[in-house]
Design a protein around this ligand. Structure first.
Ligand SMILES: C[S@@+](CC[C@H](N)C(=O)[O-])C[C@H]1O[C@@H](n2cnc3c(N)ncnc32)[C@H](O)[C@@H]1O
Length: 350
């Protein structure tokens, strides 16, 4: 294999980066006695090197038999010598990263290898400081899940970034999914200046904060969970300089709030997919009598999951004596289990 031989170590990084920019190296830099070697693509010759680095006359190209150690590309590569191939297959390749906390699903019978798995994740994803394994489903009114610490610092709060906004999250006591980032942004982009929005199940506030960062509008951000409410207030402060709109944080059951503020919203966000069907009446009470948009989230099984979601919402709206004038959008937000989807229906309601 061809190598560029460099004796001046201080220059090596700059030379390497320039070669990388021109796609001329197979990388990475190799230490060899008192010299550094940069593996080159076969097409590179000394003329190319002189043209790229006219000031470095001492650079030489040498052919050497040198086996470049294969760099592990994923945490599963690191586990190849630790776990059997059947065990390895049963560990998911992807997992959530919230700020500097990773959360992975490990089959119960492999939990005795959890620490090795967690450490491998931290070695590959160097910004991860804590790794949890899921220890149950998302449950309860607050939509939280039990987690087992498997590696790193024992902490639950972290700062997560989405589209340049920052969210403080407590992974043990509040709901947050990094896989909703696009959905938070998508809904925010639908909002127009001057609207009044109710985010009925705001959690730590991602929909509300995305919306207020893009539009001069008013958002009621409601959540029952006191821990989520406290973080919502912190998150409003954390993003204050980026907010054009105003957010009114409310720590209450949204059904109680709807007794006091009726007929007010141009738009209502209902991201409580497991139970949102129980709250359509509340959403319609909050929505202006002249009509408005609801973003209705639900879980549906394949097949025809999109059609099922629309049909369900249509029935629920009609049961309240109102009508869907137009389905503006229906999409799969994320997969939550094999053949089961988190779905959103955006509907203009009379
Ligand atoms: C699935 S989480 C959604 C969080 C947030 N929208 C997001 O995208 O990250 C649902 C939230 O609804 C809250 N919640 C559940 N029932 C509620 C109710 N009756 N009134 C207000 N909030 C409620 C839970 O505490 C939880 O934070």
């Amino acid at each position: 294999m061809k190598f560029l031989v460099i004796s001046n170590k201080r220059m090596c990084q700059g030379i390497y980066l320039k070669l990388k920019r021109h796609r001329l190296t197979k990388g990475p830099i190799i230490r060899n006695d008192d010299k550094l070697l940069i593996p080159l693509n076969n097409s590179v010759d000394l003329i190319t090197i002189r043209r790229l680095f006219p000031e470095c006359e001492e650079l030489r190209i040498e052919e050497k038999d040198y086996l470049i150690p294969e760099r592990p590309r994923s945490f599963k590569d690191l586990l190849k010598n630790v776990l059997g191939s059947d065990e390895l297959k049963r560990i998911p390749s992807s997992f959530d990263i919230i700020g500097d906390i990773a959360i992975i699903e490990i089959p119960e019978d492999l939990m005795n290898r959890a620490e090795e798995i967690g450490k491998a994740i931290m070695r590959i994803h160097t910004r991860v400081k804590t790794v949890y394994a899921k220890a149950g489903r998302v449950t309860g009114e607050y939509r939280t899940r039990k987690l087992t610490l498997i590696a790193g610092e024992p902490k639950a709060t972290t700062i997560h970034s989405e589209y340049g906004l920052r969210f403080k999250v407590d992974v043990l006591n509040t709901y947050f999914s990094p896989r909703l980032a696009y959905e938070h942004r998508r809904v925010a982009e639908e909002v127009r200046d001057g609207e009044i929005v109710v985010d009925m199940f705001t959690g730590v506030g991602p929909f509300a904060i995305h919306i207020a960062s893009l539009r001069r509008c008013l958002v009621y951000a409601v959540d029952l969970n006191p821990a989520a409410y406290r973080l919502l207030i912190e998150n409003i402060k954390l993003n204050k300089r980026n907010l054009k709109g105003e957010i009114i944080p409310v720590n209450a059951d949204v059904r109680l709030l709807a007794k006091y503020i009726r007929n007010i919203a141009n738009r209502v966000i209902m991201n409580l997919p497991e139970y949102s069907h129980e709250f359509v009446g509340t959403a319609l009470t909050l929505l202006r009598k002249e009509g408005g948009v609801i973003h209705y989230y639900t879980f549906e099984d394949e097949p025809e999951e999109l059609e099922k979601a629309v049909r369900k919402l249509r029935c629920l709206v009609e049961a309240q004596g109102r009508r869907i004038l137009k389905v503006l959008k229906v999409r799969r937000v994320k997969s939550i289990a094999p053949h089961r989807w988190h779905i959103v229906v955006d509907a203009l309601v009379s």
